[in-house]
Design a protein around this ligand. Structure first.
Ligand code: GRF
Length: 196
């Protein structure tokens, strides 16, 4: 039996594509829907081109009403029979109530070596801090932002000539490697940490 994974995006969806493309052959899961809170997300088009189910739940439409937004999101996830949720560049902070419902079944990728640099602008923060290493982390989602058990990390060396762009590009390539590996293991029930 294959499990059903929903992927939530807000932008380019390159991690979504890496995840979706990994879920083939003997993989224990398949993508059941790609949901964006941004109707203009490039990732939506990419998902459609791949033949995936897509849905848009516009955060703009729901404005500040997080509960109504999440009610709609939950409805959509259930409609597609979602068992696991992958946040992949999803730019909304979810309520504790929502996250707790999916506890043990929801993952996120964050572009830093957590617990360093939670939140936004992680690459700039790493450069400003003079870090020797930077990277990305896949973790279980809890009600605390960019927190939760760490399931995998991939590391790059920060080069003297690095800019925010060059560093983010190198880290993004690693994200595409790390997230599919962690997802597969997670679905198979293996919570040991992956290090790339
Ligand atoms: C990635 O760096 C991810 O870690 C961060 O947002 C970016 C999304 O990129 N949360 P993409 O939409 O997957 O291309």
């Amino acid at each position: 039996m294959t499990h059903r994974v929903a992927i939530l995006i807000s932008g380019n969806g390159s991690n979504m594509l890496a995840l979706a493309k990994s879920m083939t052959a003997d993989h224990p899961a398949r993508p059941c829907v790609v949901i964006s809170d941004n109707p203009k997300a490039k990732g939506l088009t990419n998902a459609m081109e791949l033949g995936l189910n897509t849905a848009t739940i516009s955060s703009h439409f729901f404005k500040d009403n997080r509960l109504e937004f999440e009610k709609e999101l939950m409805h959509c996830l259930k409609k597609f029979g979602t068992e696991f949720v992958c946040l992949a560049g999803f730019m909304r902070i979810l309520t504790a109530q929502f996250v707790n419902y999916w506890n043990g079944r929801i993952l996120n990728i964050h572009p830093s070596l957590l617990p360093k640099f939670r939140g936004l602008r992680t690459h700039t923060k790493a450069l400003v801090a003079g870090e020797k290493y930077h990277g990305c982390t896949v973790h279980e989602v809890t009600e605390h932002l960019d927190d939760g058990p760490i399931l995998g990390q991939a590391r790059v060396t920060v080069l003297p000539e690095d800019t925010t762009d060059s560093l983010s590009q190198r880290v993004l390539l690693l994200e595409h490697e790390l997230y599919p590996i962690v997802l597969r293991r997670f679905i198979e029930g293996d919570r040991r940490m992956v290090v790339l």
